[in-house]
Design a protein around this ligand. Sequence first.
Ligand SMILES: NC(=O)c1ccc[n+]([C@@H]2O[C@H](COP(=O)([O-])OP(=O)(O)OC[C@H]3O[C@@H](n4cnc5c(N)ncnc54)[C@H](OP(=O)(O)O)[C@@H]3O)[C@@H](O)[C@H]2O)c1
Length: 290
Amino acid sequence: MAGLHVRSLLVTGANRGIGLGLVQHFLRMPKPPQWIFAGCRDPKGQRAQELQNLASKHPNIIIIPLEVANPASIKAAAAQVGEHLGGSGLNILINNAGIVKLNALDAETLEDMSEVYTTNTIGPLLMGQAFLPLLKKAAQGSPGSGLSCSRAAIINLSSQGGSISSLLTWEIAQAPSYRCSKAALNMLSKCQSLAYKEHGILCVALHPGWVQTDMGRSLGLPPPVTLDDSVSPAHVSHGASHIPFRFLLLPSSSTSSSPGSWQHVCQGQHNWSGTTEGFCPLETWTGSQS
Ligand SMILES: NC(=O)c1ccc[n+]([C@@H]2O[C@H](COP(=O)([O-])OP(=O)(O)OC[C@H]3O[C@@H](n4cnc5c(N)ncnc54)[C@H](OP(=O)(O)O)[C@@H]3O)[C@@H](O)[C@H]2O)c1
């Protein structure tokens, strides 16, 4: 955490849940980013009230209207962020916005499969494309040649639910549309990591834990991980024992070109590293780029 020096970042779906938690987390950093762009699809709506209140107290929060399932909205957001940043780039893009539909396999529909895939997978793809020029600019403007969040990064909020080898909560919710969208997001993250490495952009997919948010609670059982535990590395030692990985956004040093320089939280013995399927822990993704 102490090693992270970020001038600007953007979080999609920043008005509630993990997105809002991340914005609050970045505000609490010893050296908060100069600009926190908070993407929100309905900035004037009731569900954006808490974010609006936060922004009124913190002028470094810029609320950006952003519907990730709408290419025109994404383009407009990229233009607005670019204009705001003047000549400088964007250090971190966090593709957090996501939806879940809790259908059983036999009841899954074309409509729900399409809607969830569009939001959870195509959204991050288009976001990566639209913000690539700004991310490249940040990477080019940063000293050093390693890959790190301090330089330029795309962070995709995936889910263990998308893992083919470790199917989190299958007994509680089958949700094939969600699982397929996150499995595809993992592959997208791998593709981005391979394509954008040459531009100096770190790309990772992360599982935040089963977290106490609207989405986490929608499964009908109390989620074990608090929002603070999920977003804040300071809380990592107090986590729920059966959650194998939670995300740590931050490299332990500002030049994280080696896999070992990333921290991760492993509280189980799930051996996912080296697999090509489903969710892979942080060091696998960073390792694939180094
Ligand atoms: N919570 C968990 O246990 C858990 C576990 C694994 C992975 N995740 C992943 O973590 C991410 C955040 O989850 P969460 O628990 O914070 O979910 P959440 O509480 O349901 O919040 C979802 C956020 O995404 C936004 N959003 C949804 N569709 C959007 C769209 N088309 N365009 C723009 N914004 C959109 C929502 O905005 P509105 O307010 O406008 O709806 C909201 O801000 C998701 O990608 C989720 O899949 C969560």
